[in-house]
Design a protein around this ligand. Structure first.
Ligand code: FEO
Ligand code: CA
Ligand code: CA
Length: 626
């Protein structure tokens, strides 16, 4: 599998290799015909049975969107197709940190435009493929913790390697370009910059020693030759979205961890490994140089990844903790809120086609300044079931409900979710909770398999409920309102905040919901965060070809949505090739930090390699931006 085609695949297409859908699918044929004769497909594209509920109810939230006028603080911008950043009039941007930029002065020459990052300094620079991030303060110091999700081997490695590491040193380089960066930032004459040699600066990589807490810590499922007690997993990987605790620590979420493991000799395909897409050869051939990643040598090592990991960004000597009580799956982000009785609630999505949305609720309660012991290790994990009548419930994953032990439930949360009948979703990405109202939003980015094939566990994926479109290439955002305005409630009502689409191409539900127009359309919502003023910022990671059913949508972008009126306005467009992911604000809310991952061309330097970067964006008049 490790040919150049494989390394060029996206993570979700990589999954498809291990769980292919049937050949010559009849629905594909319909879509292919439709794509080549757009404008004629009005009545051709069939809907699933869920179409019946798509009228007044599901999109009720958007009713009247045109009747009220949102007060966006900016004039929305058009699409772009170039290799630059665009922001509205009256705003400016600058690069804060690029892949390979030094965190320490001895690493100032670690990066070169031709060779990339030198392995000897690779754990002392900003990592590649920036993703989720959060800003913390310590007195007047501002510290950003930021994920580096994965690597582009063809950019990091010599051309002769064809994108696959040829030595242990090259594996070390790839490992060090991923993980988490903690860095102090400070205002400059133009935006913000990294504070070189700050005592807060730190890299956390695939090699950093961690601990695990919760029911899985010490269980047989996570014991390895290097860690026979199963208490000290090493490294965090594929760090996708982020979260922050109520007590000021960082949550990094391990997503496509499955692709890092391979087998140097045949291993049995267990139910767990099949459900999580583990087997065959690893994406980066780590297993050829490091037995920790070899399934034949360490079958339990993958069980030590796929968790939410907590990092104290203000203590560079602290040991990160993997919280097993929150379950193991392809974690997108972790949105922490509080139940009315003080319990801690964490909403989490599992980003794979047909997988689930989860919620963790602590047994203990949190009061500001009080003990946090047990809050992320002692609680109940639930999985979401959405009903077609716009109600839903959180199903507890217990031994009684699943027939599994608590350790099995958490390590194989997907299997537990299937056993209780959770709703298969269109790739749950970020979840964001409205700070001004008891409701939460989840970006369901897209799902080309909706209604076409089951998920990796064999669960059906009918086009119903909040996932109403077969072969859904545009995505939607679902939101739920907990019963009694209490995030601790076990039931909720839901609706769709938006269905992305293309009204220029389709005059049916693939044209999008009422709040999608030719002027704001996009595809594949992914990153999301609320600003303190209660506006929903939406980042996209979709098809930026600007062709076919994506014509008129341009490069990936960041939009702002008004939760009350439903109005959505485009705020930023990314360089071609990039996705926009990761968003946080300076302490004074006058600067937004935005992640630009896997840009194309030679952005932002204008020559040499493309460099994933975090940028700062601010208003020229110095007003707040969120
Ligand atoms: Fe890492 Fe689902 O995006
Ligand atoms: Ca994402
Ligand atoms: Ca994505």
């Amino acid at each position: 599998m490790n040919d150049k085609n494989t390394i060029d695949l996206s993570w979700d297409d990589f999954d498809e290799l291990r769980d292919p859908r049937p050949d010559n699918n009849a629905f594909d044929a319909v879509v292919d015909r439709a794509m080549s004769r757009r404008g004629f497909l009005g009545g051709v594209l069939a809907f699933g049975s869920g179409a019946a509920v798509m009228g007044a109810g599901v999109l009720g939230s958007v009713k009247g969107a045109q009747a009220q006028t949102s007060q966006f603080a900016f004039a929305p911008i058009g699409i772009s197709t170039d290799y630059d950043i665009h922001v509205p009039d009256g705003y400016e941007w600058n690069v804060l940190a690029r892949w390979g930029d030094p965190l320490f002065s001895d690493a100032k020459s670690a990066y070169s435009p031709v060779g990339g990052v030198d392995v000897s300094m690779s754990d002392r620079v900003f990592g590649e493929n920036t993703d989720g991030m959060e800003l913390f303060t310590d007195g007047d110091k501002e510290i950003i913790a930021v994920n580096s999700e994965y690597v582009n081997p063809k950019i990091n490695l010599p051309e002769a390697s064809a994108g696959m590491p040829q030595s242990a040193d090259e594996v070390t380089l790839l490992k060090n370009m991923q993980g988490v960066t903690v860095m102090e930032v400070a205002k400059t004459a133009k935006g913000y910059g990294v504070v070189l040699d700050s005592p807060y600066n730190r890299r956390i990589t695939h090699e950093t020693v961690m601990t695990m807490d919760g029911p899985v810590a010490g269980s047989d499922l996570v014991k390895t030759n290097a860690d026979p007690e199963g208490l000290s997993p090493k490294g965090t990987m594929n760090n996708c979205g982020s979260g922050r605790t109520l007590w000021g620590t960082y949550l990094t979420c391990e997503e496509n961890f499955n692709g890092y493991f391979g087998a140097t000799s045949p291993v049995e395909g267990t139910e767990g490994n099949i459900r999580y897409g583990i087997g065959g050869e690893g994406r980066y051939a780590y297993e050829k140089f490091d037995p920790r990643f070899d399934l034949a040598a360490e079958p339990n090592e993958p069980h030590r990844h796929g968790w939410v990991t907590e990092i104290d960004p203000l203590d560079p000597a602290s040991t990160p903790v993997k919280h097993s009580a929150l379950g193991r799956f392809k974690h997108e982000n972790a949105e922490m809120v509080q139940a009315n009785d003080g319990r801690v609630v964490v909403y989490m999505g599992d980003d794979e086609r047909g997988e689930f949305i989860y919620k963790y609720v602590s047994n203990g309660t949190y009061v500001e300044g009080g003990s946090t012991d047990g809050l992320l290790s002692d609680g109940q994990l639930y999985v979401a079931k959405f009903n077609d009548d716009l109600t839903g419930e959180w199903l507890p994953l217990t031994p009684e409900a699943t027939g599994m032990t608590i350790e099995e439930i958490l390590v194989f949360a997907r299997i537990a979710g299937s056993k209780v009948g959770a709703t298969t979703m269109d790739r749950p990405e970020w979840i964001a909770a409205n700070p001004l109202k008891c409701e939460a939003y989840c970006a369901l980015t897209n799902n080309k398999n909706r209604g076409v094939k089951p998920n990796a566990g064999g669960d059906d994926t009918p086009a119903t409920g909040p996932n109403p479109r077969e072969t859904n290439n545009y995505g939607q955002i679902v939101r739920w309102m907990p019963t009694g305005e209490d995030h601790g409630a076990q039931t909720f009502t839901w609706d769709l905040y938006v269905m992305a689409g293309n009204p220029d191409v389709y005059d049916n539900a693939y044209g999008g919901s009422e709040n999608i127009t030719a002027g704001n359309m996009f595809n594949s919502p992914d990153g999301m965060a609320f600003s303190s003023d209660g506006m929903l910022w939406i980042q996209t990671d979709g098809d930026d070809s600007n062709e076919g059913e994506f014509e008129g949508q341009g490069n990936n972008q960041m939009l702002v949505g008004d939760p009350v009126t439903g109005e959505i306005a485009r705020f930023l467009t990314a360089p071609h090739g990039a996705e926009v992911t990761g968003l946080c604000w300076s302490a004074d809310k006058k600067t937004a930090f935005v992640g630009i991952q896997h840009p194309g061309g030679s952005w932002p330097d204008g020559a040499g390699k493309p460099r994933s970067s975090v940028i700062s964006v601010w208003r020229k008049d110095g007003a707040m931006i969120g």
